[in-house]
Design a protein around this ligand. Structure first.
Ligand code: CS2
Length: 513
């Protein structure tokens, strides 16, 4: 099929052979694949991460591990992928290299809101052995501060009333498990791949709570039989940007409506708990199976995602567009290195075999990849869900150990400043957050006094819990930082904060850069 505007052939099974030399493809027999993995939340991240680990297994030793993708919101991915037989191109963008690869393990895409019954049927089918998820933090319909299910969430309420047409990931997983139980089938393994602390434990708890609202016997069966392995996943995958489609056309000679661009680095650390041990031999593709993901996940969430969120708020306010742009400014480079060295690394237990100082250096190099245009706006989204696990967890651990947390406090204040809705030039900020309306009302009701604005936001319990608004050290640190951001702007405030000496820095602390 040719694209009408460009007359470049559209990627599909029929045109695969036309791909330019240098484009990697697949040589396994795709007709053998069965839909044994269902992935909820088919976005760029999964297609450049989980799907590629499975693709590598197929390339290495064949097998039948095919993937069904499911979109729980919009039909865009299905609309783009189906006309090209669900094939897509991944482009690995290194600092000085580009590698294109056409991926074959995705077999079809279902769209939950259009046809919840079809998605439920697929999940309930005995052939489905593993359900993986990347539905983003807000997709868990939970209270980020307490980790409990938000039973008032409109999707949760809907799913309780309509168990045959669930909308939420928690509702879908529970209804499908209920059907399997009723049919005498074994459960599937539920492997969440979202950036949440103890993500498997959290999802198990949410599904259990939800199932208990339906039927105690079902909840007990789930608790007894369904494994929810925790994981740490990592790869920087920017959202599609203008120019990506034409770049892929130039590389492969084929028109792909759904390519994904990503960095070379990837990591997946996973607990080896699967129903009957059934899973692809992902270790062949580099997945690290460990008994306790906790230290890996905490290091990644607080060092990578924490610094991402800090840069997203402070960097956007300072006028930068991407992570690369922000860390190319010597000031923000110093900020981020001190953030790691002084406030995050000292309170983190190092995962086995990982030197956290080296990990910080490696993260910095990844951020300095000029070929990755990772937009701060993309990372800034959904701060009410991201700030608690990425930044407030670090605040709490520093408080416990009576250590300073000035730079983390500046990042939290940066979020508060960002969601006020106007930037330093007076231009509107497009704040995207499930709590946007509530946060806006809080700020508006506080008037113009910065300290009152901080108090109004810090008392949103779903974000700050019950403890932090009553903690004087926390409130003082965030209020001072917020006032400085208002008074001097993000760049100047960051400069002052970075310059300030840190009396709590232990003499042996490693120099992060
Ligand atoms: C980012 C993550 O958008 C965000 O909030 O911090 O998507 C980050 O790029 C990935 O977790 C990296 O593995």
């Amino acid at each position: 099929m040719a694209d009408s505007k460009t007359s470049i052939p559209r990627l599909s099974l029929a045109t695969l052979g036309l791909a330019r030399v240098g484009t990697a493809g697949f040589s396994y027999d795709r007709r053998r694949l069965r839909p044994r993995v269902v992935h909820l939340g088919l976005g760029a991240f999964f297609r450049a991460h989980g799907a590629l680990f499975t693709e590598d297994v197929l390339a290495d030793q064949g097998g039948d591990w095919g993937v069904t993708g499911a979109s729980l919101r919009r039909p865009d991915q299905r609309n783009r992928l189906t006309p090209q037989d669900c094939l897509y191109t991944t482009v690995e963008n290194g600092s000085n290299s580009q590698k294109a690869r056409i991926v074959g393990c995705l077999l079809n895409v279902l769209v939950g809101p259009e046809n919840p019954a079809a998605l439920l049927d697929r999940l309930s089918d005995g052939e489905t052995a593993i359900v993986t998820l990347t539905v983003t933090e807000k997709g868990y319909c939970h209270d980020p501060a307490s980790g409990r299910l938000n039973a008032d969430h409109p999707e949760i309420r809907h799913d309780l009333e309509h168990p045959d047409a669930p909308q939420s990931a928690v509702g879908l997983v529970t209804s499908a498990l209920a059907r399997r139980n009723a049919a005498g089938l074994p459960p599937f393994t539920v492997a969440t791949c979202d950036n949440l602390p103890s993500n498997g434990v959290l999802l198990a708890q949410l599904v259990y709570e939800f199932a208990s609202l339906r039927d105690d016997a079902l909840a007990a069966w789930i608790e007894r039989t369904v494994p929810f392995p925790s994981s740490m996943v990592d790869r920087i995958v920017p959202a599609e940007a203008p120019g990506d489609l034409s770049a892929v056309e130039r590389l492969t000679g084929l028109h792909d409506a759904a390519p994904v661009m990503h960095e070379p680095f990837r990591q997946w650390v996973l607990e080896d708990r699967f129903v009957d041990g059934v899973r692809p031999p992902w270790e062949r593709a580099g997945v690290q199976f460990v008994s306790d993901v906790g230290p890996f996940e905490r290091a990644k969430l607080r060092m990578l995602n924490g610094s991402h969120s800090a840069l997203a708020y402070l960097g956007s306010l300072a006028g930068y567009e991407t992570i690369f742009d922000a860390v190319s400014d010597e000031l923000f480079a110093r900020f981020i290195k001190r953030f790691w060295r002084d406030e995050v690394i000292p309170i983190l237990p190092a995962p086995p075999g990982l030197d956290l100082g080296q990990y910080a250096d490696q993260l910095f190099e990844r951020y300095r990849n000029p070929a990755i245009r990772h937009r701060l706006r993309q990372i800034a989204m959904d701060g009410s869900q991201k700030v608690p696990p990425r930044l407030l967890s670090t605040v709490r651990d520093n408080l416990k150990q009576k250590r300073a947390f000035k730079l983390v406090a500046l990042a939290v204040a940066g979020w508060m400043r960002y969601i006020s809705g106007t930037d330093e030039t007076g231009a509107a900020i497009d704040v995207r957050d499930p709590l946007a309306v509530c946060l806006r009302e809080r700020i508006d009701s506080a008037g113009t006094d910065p300290a009152a604005q901080v108090r109004a936001l810090a008392t949103v319990e779903a974000v700050f819990g019950k403890d932090l608004p009553g903690n004087e050290a926390f409130m003082t640190a965030v209020t001072e930082a917020y006032e400085a951001l208002r008074r001097a702007g993000a760049r100047q405030a960051t400069a002052t904060w970075v310059e300030a000496g840190d009396p709590h820095l232990s003499p042996g602390a490693r120099n992060g850069g």
